[in-house]
Design a protein around this ligand. Structure first.
Ligand code: B16
Ligand code: MG
Length: 213
């Protein structure tokens, strides 16, 4: 196995914005009288904004909502979410993550982001981490969200590497499925560990340095 590049998921791997997604979706759900809790929020990991809305609306028993209304709800949620993102600072990335990314690059690997989020660049700017990535593949350059492999395939393409030479690092089962479907090696961290499908399991982010030697 000759890995040449690493493609990182963002939310749940590099930063933890799930609490902000939760707060913003919770506000919308409360306004509409829809039951929503942290367990349901866990199902939104790695899932696109509109697909997340559909999951929340599974518990909505009012009249069917038009596409225009659905888009309005998603836009309002995103506005609320972005307000919360503005509270993020470089302190929201651990030294472990920052130093591990720098060391991976020193060892000669290319680094890309592979995030479903349309806010990925904004988040990286907030936490001063944009320069740690050679290329960014995110929600703005894909039409299908994880578990479809598009975001990672684009990431590999942007880097100029073959999928089989890339390692995908993910916290969501949908993301591990996407990496496998894309023909990449996969490393699971956090929530994704329990799915048992990844090639590697990370107890902590710096465990990557044991794989990327
Ligand atoms: P946005 P990731 C994902 O980020 C989040 O895990 C998921 O909860 C969110 O719905 C999705 O991004 C879309 O985010 O509304 O900002 O476009 O884990 O793929 O980095
Ligand atoms: Mg994630």
């Amino acid at each position: 196995m000759a890995l040449k590049a690493v493609i990182f998921d963002l939310d749940g791997v590099i930063v933890f914005t799930d609490k902000f997604h939760y707060q913003a979706w919770k506000k919308m759900a409360d306004q509409m009288g829809i039951y929503f809790d942290e367990t349901i929020n866990n199902r939104l990991r790695g899932v696109s904004r509109m697909d997340s809305l559909d999951i929340i609306l599974e518990r909505y028993d009012g009249e069917p909502l038009s596409q225009v209304k659905r888009e309005e709800l998603a836009a309002q949620k995103n506005e609320d979410y972005r307000e919360l993102l503005k509270t993020m600072t470089p302190e929201d990335v651990t030294d472990e993550v920052r130093e591990t990314l720098a060391e991976i690059r020193r060892r000669g690997y290319k680094i890309a982001l592979g995030s479903s989020s349309k806010n990925a660049r904004f988040i990286l700017e907030r936490v001063a981490l944009t320069d740690a990535f050679d290329k960014i593949s995110d929600g703005t350059n894909i039409t299908k969200s994880k578990p479809d492999p598009e975001v990672f395939i684009k990431g590999a393409e942007f880097l100029g590497e073959r999928p089989e030479d890339c390692l995908v690092v993910e916290d969501a089962e949908a993301g591990i499925d996407a990496g496998i479907a894309g023909g990449m090696k996969t490393a699971a961290i956090g929530d994704a560990v329990s799915c048992g499908k990844a090639d590697f399991v990370l107890d902590t982010f710096s465990d990557l340095l044991k794989i990327l030697i």
